[in-house]
Write a protein that binds this ligand. Structure first.
Ligand code: PHE
Length: 453
């Protein structure tokens, strides 16, 4: 397979896994997952979610890897190379648009995280306070959250402008292991809190009567969102993989790492939620920013310095996890503009950043001065979240898997999955079955159910 010159490559196998896991692991796991678990009833949601991760989202990830590495192009270019002149290219454009929409609302939360990082370093999260009021005042302020959001977008911009190996890979490799360690430590701390037992019951004891169509759609949306699949993000990364990267193994590792981080985040948040008066499990987007400062204060009441250290560590790492994800969203559109219009990486990245500044501003303001502006009954933030996670990403998943299994030549697909027959993939047949039937039909059924309800 030819390698287009000057596109860049991930240098090592670990780099591939950590960069892809870096894309997957982010606010989706530590902020969105607990929020969704809280508003969808707990353990039963988690089980449905895990089933969707491995039965629906993982096959889509493998499909993305195949498309990306075999075409060595951005998402639009990939369809142009693999299916010239065919309408499949629409799926590529859909990915570029979705990447921009995700980055626009995601950078709002990333901005909050940056603000909390600065506050935690400056000792402002120390001592008991009404953290719910603090949070609500901050997000509804007309300009403060915007400044933090813009700074965050700028950071993303700088890393993406630097390119694949020295920017994206190097950064992910350094950050991911640290993040994993701190998450485990924090979960252990949270489990010593007074409400730990109730938190664990909520997380581990399924009540299937709570599984409604809304819960199922939310679980599917969360699975796609958390794994970054359905919009060509991982296809774009896979276009930088080397010939000897093992696609199936890498996909499996990313899914396992991502699920573990999500579940550990649950272990951090819910024991804490049940230990603090006045915080509801279904508090919505603010959950993490209201409960965690309480945890740091309560869990380490006797040794405030430790509480301080943990809060600083936590927010810094959450910030970095968010950053490894935002660079992957940004890269979808940057790669597209760069290759499609033959721009320099820097110019392409600038276009993407500017679009996200405009759309991202609308998302941020929907928590304050624009809270009355509604489209389809939702503010911009909720609308972008809904459109991408619950609609475009799963729909993209159907198209990607159908493209790989129904359109692409079977030989090409098997060659990609086995690296031209040099690696044995034990569950190859099962995997192809999941890609061909289970993923597209499964996602379709959940959609139809939702429409009918
Ligand atoms: N998977 C990322 C997270 O969990 C979010 C993301 C969505 C990243 C779409 C890239 C594309 O935070």
């Amino acid at each position: 397979m030819k390698q287009s010159s000057g596109r860049g490559n991930f240098g090592s196998r670990l780099g591939v896994i950590l960069a892809s896991a870096g894309s997957a692991v982010g606010l989706g796991n530590i902020w969105r997952f607990p929020t969704e678990v809280g508003s969808n009833g707990g353990a039963a949601f988690i089980l449905v979610y895990l089933a969707f991760v491995f039965l629906l989202a993982m096959p889509v990830m493998v499909a993305e890897f195949v498309i990306g590495r075999s075409s060595r192009a951005n998402t639009v270019g990939a369809y142009r190379t693999l299916a010239p002149g065919k309408p499949w290219i629409v799926a590529g454009f859909m990915g570029v648009v979705a990447g921009i929409l995700v980055l626009s609302f995601y950078s709002v939360v990333a901005g909050w995280t940056l603000h909390y990082t600065v506050d935690s370093i400056g000792l402002r999260l120390m001592g008991p306070q009404d953290f719910a009021a603090v949070f609500n005042n901050f997000v509804s302020n007309p300009w403060k959250p915007l400044i933090f959001q813009y700074v965050f977008l700028l950071l993303t911009h700088v890393i993406v402008s630097r390119g694949v190996e020295s920017g994206i890979e190097r950064f992910s490799k350094a950050m991911m292991p640290m993040l994993l360690v701190i998450i485990v430590v924090l979960a252990c701390c949270s489990l010593t809190m007074p409400g730990a037992r109730d938190g664990l019951t909520f997380l581990l004891k399924p009540d299937f009567s709570k599984v409604t169509t809304k819960v199922v759609l939310s679980a599917m949306g969360q699975a796609f969102f958390s794994l970054s699949v359905g919009i060509g993000c991982l296809a774009t990364y896979a276009s930088y993989f080397k010939e000897d990267t093992r696609l199936v193994n890498s996909a499996f590792s990313v899914c396992v790492i991502d699920s573990l981080v999500a579940i550990f985040s649950g272990f951090i948040i819910f024991p804490a939620v049940f230990s603090v008066q006045g915080v509801q499990v279904d508090a919505g987007p603010g959950l993490v920013y209201i409960t965690l400062p309480n945890v740091f204060n309560l869990a380490f009441g006797d040794v405030p310095f430790l509480g301080y250290l943990f809060s600083v560590f936590f927010y810094v790492l959450l910030l970095l996890a968010a950053l490894t994800s935002t660079i992957s969203m940004h890269e979808i559109a940057t790669a597209f503009f760069r290759e499609n219009y033959r721009l320099s990486r820097r110019t392409a990245a600038t276009i993407v950043t500017l679009i996200c500044v405009v759309l991202g501003t609308a998302c941020s303001l929907s928590f304050g001065v624009w809270s009355e502006v509604k489209v389809m009954g939702m503010g911009f933030f909720a609308l972008f979240d809904f459109l991408t996670a619950k609609f475009i990403m799963p729909l993209g998943g159907i198209l990607l898997t159908m493209f790989v299994e129904w359109y692409l030549d079977r030989k090409l697909v098997v060659n990609e999955l086995t690296n031209k027959g040099t690696v044995r993939v034990r569950s190859l047949r099962l995997l192809l079955f999941l890609i061909r039937w289970v993923a597209p039909i499964g996602v379709g059924v959940v959609f139809l159910n939702e429409l009918a309800s």
